[in-house]
Each structure stands twice: as C-alpha cells, then as structure tokens.
Design a protein around this ligand. Sequence first.
Ligand code: ZN
Length: 237
Amino acid sequence: MGDEKTESTEDGGKAAPTPERAVSRRALLLGGAAVVGVGTLLVARDELGWRLPGGAKERKEGAVDARGAQWIAASSANWRRADRPDDYEIDRIVVHVVQGSYRTALKVFKDPGHGAAAHYVVRKDGHIAQMIRELDVAFHAGSRRMNERSVGIEHEGFVDRKESFTDAMYESSARLAAGICRRYDFPVDREHIIGHVEVEGTDHTDPGPHWDWDRYLRLVRRERDRPARPARTVTPA
Ligand SMILES: [Zn+2]
C-alpha cells in the first residue's frame, strides 16, 4: 500500500538494512496474500458491511465481527489500533483459558492496568463477548509477532478442570473460529489454530491437557463447511 512509495526512495543512506529488508519482505507477502485471498475477503467484508473499495473498514460503535457476539469493549490500553488484514495478515487463532470466570475475564480486560486482553471471551453456556475488533491487535499471546497475526479466543474456566469445557462452549467457540478461518482464508488445522502454550517463548500452559483438540477441530471444520444459512437442529452422530 502506501509503504511502497517510501521504500522506493532506496538510497536513504540508512545504516539499518535489516529492518528495512524485513519490511519489504512483509509487504511482498501481504501483496501475494491479497491476490490469492481476494474473493473470500470480498465476500467476508460484504457480509460485515465493510465499505469498499480502498479497504476502509467501518468502525461503528458496538459493531462486532462475529454474528451473535455481544460487544463489550476492552480498555484501549490492552490493544493496539491496526487495520488488519491490510497491514498484518491474519492466519492464526490462539486458544486461551481464563483461569477464572467469564466475569473475571471481562473485568480484567476492561482494566487499563492489566496490559492484556483477547478479542473474544466464550462463556460456559456458549455466549460470546467480543472485546476488541479483529481489525486491531490484541495483547493476548505475549508475543508481538503472534499478536499481530492472530485472533485470541478466551474460554471461561480452568486448565486443570475438565468440566470447565462444556459442549455449549466447544460448539460456540468452534462456530466463532470457523468464521475467522473463512474471513481470512486460512486452513483449519493445528498449525493455524494453536494453544497459548504453543506460542514461542511463552510460560503459559493454557488451554491445558483437558482441552479436546480433536473434537474442537472436528467442530470447526464442520462449521466451516456448513452452508451459509446454519441449520437449527444439531444431531450428534
Ligand atoms: Zn492464554
């Protein structure tokens, strides 16, 4: 985008070639991704009522990216304004567990002193709060690079309590994750949908040993492959 002009003034005489090279490589990658993913992105943006063309995405008070989610704003100290996926490609979902209740998650994410928050919080009964727009970079993974490329989903409960993870929670979180994979056109697999524990350099253990990855991915795939109008009846096989 606008970056290209800056980069073509190539003499510069700057003594820091490494970061500059990194920037141009990212610009190239983003350019490629935009071409490949354009069909899907246009459909997704249209669904969301984003204004086209020019990538100017609407920011309306209370707007959510996931159908059915309730908007509850996190403190602006816990995220950074961005214009994803135009400035940063989104190709990861990071799964978290609160180590506390839904209420606790909302409270700390609204607290400017907390320094962290995720895009979404899923409650035991499947209710979803969206606290940060997917456009923006949430501070949830403890890694700048991972934050920039990912959407963070928190789940009410505790890593050492299997009963934290209810059927309603799995179903609802999977529907949310499937929507994210569709919007940004990345695969449903364990490379792209990871646990916080898998983020490089982290000391966090969530979602922990009781999180059923096979089940979750199966549900995400099922939701992704569902036709546009979701059926009301869910029949477990
Ligand atoms: Zn976490």
